[in-house]
Ligand binder design. Structure first.
Ligand SMILES: [Zn+2]
Length: 262
């Protein structure tokens, strides 16, 4: 029995040896192929993963808001940091800083605004077409020089005195609508009075302006705090982050700044 087994054992290895190179090559090919498939798959996955990085990085505004704080905390010196231009408070109790300078950009109709709000403003107006019978709303008034602001103020007083009001009454009434020179957000170049084809555009703006960084600045319910009567046409830029918070919290700019510690 042993004698019969040994020849069989010898034969088998021979067959295996013959097949082995073929199998090895096949095995190598399989290995190479599977590595290639895995590599290709990884490349496809990487490509699919990469694009979202760019849209996420496109939102520079929320990032720039937090930058000054990070920079000032990194450097030990705490000198008077210029307040965030987007959140500068101007109302009848807080004047425009002396010699405030604005770099302006001109709108299609000739009105001017701080060039930093040009793009979000145009984007908002373009989107607001859907609430304005398909027409592009107009910026009836953007940036104003102190002289222009003063003239508006005096003209308004004149209009009230012409109606028979006393000088002091006319001045009081005027201040509900028009600020004297030095106390108007329009002098900052980041506030606009918008005019539409229909009143619906104001409702659209109230619901959507925050998406573009603008706030409905003088709501009727906040008159005591803002010092200004409801102005559905007046929009003020504060940046996307603050605008969303102000919108969600249902507060006015004065309340928002107060809650942030002045
Ligand atoms: Zn205005």
């Amino acid at each position: 029995m042993e004698g019969n087994r040994t020849p069989q054992r010898r034969r088998r290895p021979r067959r295996r040896r013959r097949r082995a190179p073929y199998r090895r090559v096949l095995g190598m090919l399989k290995l190479i192929l599977s590595v290639a498939v895995i590599w290709f798959g990884v490349q496809v996955v990487l490509k699919a993963v990469r694009p979202p990085e760019e849209p996420v990085a496109i939102q520079p505004e929320p990032v720039t808001i937090s930058q000054p704080e990070e920079v000032s905390s990194a450097e030990p010196e705490p000198p008077a940091v210029e307040p965030d231009w987007k959140l500068r408070l101007v109302n009848r109790w807080n004047p425009v800083p002396e010699g405030y300078e604005v770099e302006l950009a001109q709108l299609p109709n000739g009105e001017k605004v701080d060039k930093r709000i040009y793009e979000p403003l145009m984007e908002m107006l373009e989107a607001a077409k859907e609430g304005n019978w398909g027409e592009l709303p107009i910026v009836a008034s953007g940036y104003r020089t102190p002289e222009q602001q003063q003239k508006l103020y005096e003209d308004k007083i004149g209009a009230y005195t012409a109606l028979g009001y006393s000088e002091s009454q006319a001045e009081e009434l005027t201040q509900q609508w028009v600020a004297p020179a030095g106390y108007s957000e329009h002098q900052l170049g980041i506030a606009v009075d918008i005019n539409g084809a229909t009143y619906d555009v104001f409702l659209w703006l109230q619901a959507n302006s925050y998406r573009y960084g603008f706030i409905f600045r003088y709501p009727g319910g906040k008159t005591d705090i803002t010092g200004v009567a409801q102005e559905v046409w007046h929009y003020r830029y504060v940046g996307a982050e603050a605008a969303a918070e102000i919108y969600e919290q249902g507060v006015c700019l004065e309340e928002y700044l107060e809650s942030r510690g002045g």
